[in-house]
Design a protein around this ligand. Structure first.
Ligand SMILES: *Cc1c(COP(=O)(O)O)cnc(C)c1O
Length: 428
C-alpha cells in the first residue's frame, strides 16, 4: 500500500467490508487514536446502563440478582470474552481489575510450582518478565515474590529466551508491550518456556479485541486482561482472567486456593458457613460482590467486537488494524520526514500489535498535547514516546491520513513549543 492522495484513503473506506461496525459507536468529533487506553462508547451502552439503573436497581432492587441475572454476569460476560481469546466456555471470569486478577492468578501459578516440587529435586523460584512490562504487572509480581519466597528476574525482550531454565517457575509477559507495541508470538514463546519446564502467564491487556489470540491452541497456562481498552467496556471496567482447565483441576485435586478467597467465590455463599470451600471451576476466582452496572457496560463493549464475527471475526479485524497502522507508518515517513521522529514499533507486521509508537527526543509530550488541541487524540509515555492506537472497529483510513497531516502541521510550524502544551496533567 502506498497512498499519495487523501482520495485514495476515502476509496479504501468505501471498499472496507468492516465499515458498518463503526455505526455501533457514539463518536465525538475528532480523530481518536487512544482506544488502546480507553475504548470508545458503544451506542447501546447508555440505554443498557440506564435500564440497569432505573428498572433493575430502581424498581426491582434486590430481586435483580436473580430476576435480571446479575449474579451470572461475571461468567456470562467471561464466556463472551472467551470467544475472542481462544478459550472455552466456563474458563473465563470477568471481574475486578487487571492488577487484582494478576494477583490471584499469579499466586495460583506460584503455588502450583511449589506443589510440583513436593517429592522432586527441582526448585523453581523465579518469575521472569520483561523489564519494560507494564509497571503494575511487575509490582504485583514483586509483592507475591516477597510473600511466597520467589525472585523476580527482569530482562530486555531479546534476553528473555536465554533466561528460561530449570530455575524458572513462571514466565510472565504482556503479549503486546504497552509502550513499544511489540507483539510476542504466543505459541512460540509458550513452547520455549514449556521446553524449559516453566509455565506462562500472558497479560492480554493490549491483545483482547485487538489481535487474534488462541490461548488453548498455543498451550498457554494463564491469562489476564483488561476490559476498558479494546473491549470498550468503559472507564474502570471489570477485567478478566483465565486458567488452562488442567490447572483449574489441580486446584481441586491439591486443595490450592486463590488468595482472595471471598464469600462469592464460595461453593455455597448463601449457606454462610464459617469455613471456606471454593466454588467449582472458574467461579472460585470471584472475590466479593460484582458491579452489575460495570458488567452491563462491559457486556455491550464485548458485543461490539463480537459483531465482527459475521464479517470474518478477529482475523478480519487484524487485517484492517494492520492496514491502518501500515498506512500510519508510511504516511509519517512521507509527511513528517526530517522532523526527528523515529519508529519504535516493529515495522514487521507479525511483531506489531494494534498500536504504533513514535519517539522524539524533544517535545514528545507537548506534541501530543498540540495534536489533542487539534482534535487528534493520542497519548504520551515516558521516555519520549508518542503512542497511537488503531481500533479497526471504528477507525477509517481517512482518519489515519488526516491524523498524520495534523501531526505534520504541528511539527512544521513548531506549534508544540507553545507554553500551554508544556504543562503536565495528572494522567498523560
Ligand atoms: C492497562 C494495563 C493494565 C491495567 O491494570 P488495572 O488494574 O486495570 O489498572 C495492566 N497491565 C497491562 C499490561 C496494561 O496494559
Amino acid at each position: 500500500m502506498s497512498l499519495t492522495h487523501r482520495d485514495e484513503a476515502l476509496a479504501l473506506d468505501a471498499a472496507d467490508p468492516l465499515a458498518a461496525l463503526r455505526d455501533q459507536f457514539d463518536l465525538p468529533p475528532g480523530i481518536y487514536l487512544d482506544g488502546n487506553s480507553l475504548g470508545q462508547l458503544p451506542r447501546r451502552t447508555a440505554a443498557r446502563v440506564a435500564q440497569v439503573v432505573s428498572q433493575e436497581w430502581g424498581v426491582d432492587l434486590i430481586q435483580s440478582w436473580n430476576k435480571a441475572g446479575w449474579i451470572a454476569l461475571p461468567t456470562q460476560v467471561g464466556d463472551k470474552i472467551a470467544r475472542l481469546i481462544g478459550a472455552g466456555p466456563g474458563q473465563v471470569l470477568a471481574a475486578d481489575s487487571t492488577s487484582i486478577n494478576l494477583y490471584k492468578v499469579l499466586a495460583v501459578a506460584l503455588q502450583l510450582a511449589l506443589s510440583d516440587e513436593l517429592g522432586s529435586a527441582s526448585e523453581r523460584r523465579r518469575i521472569v518478565s520483561e523489564r519494560d512490562n507494564f509497571p503494575t504487572d511487575l509490582y504485583i509480581a514483586e509483592s507475591l515474590c516477597r510473600q511466597l519466597g520467589f525472585e523476580l528476574v527482569l530482562a530486555d525482550v531479546d534476553e528473555i529466551a536465554g533466561l528460561l531454565d530449570e530455575r524458572v517457575a513462571v514466565l510472565m509477559l504482556t503479549q503486546v508491550n504497552y509502550r513499544t507495541g511489540q507483539l510476542h508470538d504466543m505459541a512460540a514463546v509458550t513452547a520455549q518456556a514449556h521446553a524449559a519446564g516453566a509455565r506462562v502467564l500472558w497479560d492480554l491487556a493490549h491483545s483482547a479485541g485487538a489481535v487474534p489470540v488462541d490461548l488453548l491452541g498455543s498451550g498457554a497456562d494463564f491469562a489476564v486482561g483488561c476490559g476498558y481498552k479494546y473491549l470498550n467496556g468503559g472507564p474502570g471496567s471489570p477485567a478478566f482472567l483465565w486458567l488452562h482447565p488442567q490447572h483449574l483441576r489441580r486446584l481441586d485435586d491439591e486443595a490450592i486456593w486463590q488468595p482472595l478467597s471471598g464469600w462469592l467465590g464460595h461453593a455455597a455463599p448463601f449457606a454462610f458457613t464459617p469455613d471456606y470451600r471454593p466454588a467449582p471451576g472458574i467461579a472460585r476466582f470471584i472475590c466479593g460482590t460484582p458491579s452489575p452496572l460495570a458488567l452491563a457496560a462491559l457486556d455491550c463493549g464485548v458485543d461490539t467486537v463480537l459483531a465482527a464475527d459475521a464479517l470474518g471475526g478477529m482475523a478480519a479485524l487484524r487485517r484492517k488494524s494492520l492496514a491502518l497502522s501500515d498506512l500510519f507508518i508510511e504516511r509519517v515517513q512521507a509527511r513528517c520526514a526530517g522532523q526527528g521522529l523515529s519508529l519504535v514499533t516493529p515495522s514487521e507486521q507479525a511483531r506489531r500489535g494494534s498500536q504504533v509508537s513514535l519517539r522524539r527526543d524533544e517535545g514528545g509530550y507537548a506534541i501530543v498535547q498540540a495534536l489533542i488541541a487539534r482534535g487528534v487524540v493520542g497519548d504520551y509515555r515516558e521516555p519520549g514516546i508518542l503512542r497511537f492506537g488503531f481500533t479497526p472497529l471504528m477507525l477509517r483510513f481517512v482518519d489515519v491520513w488526516d491524523a498524520v497531516e495534523q501531526l505534520g502541521q504541528v511539527l512544521d510550524a513548531g506549534e508544540w513549543r507553545d507554553e500551554r502544551f508544556q504543562r503536565r496533567a495528572a494522567v498523560t
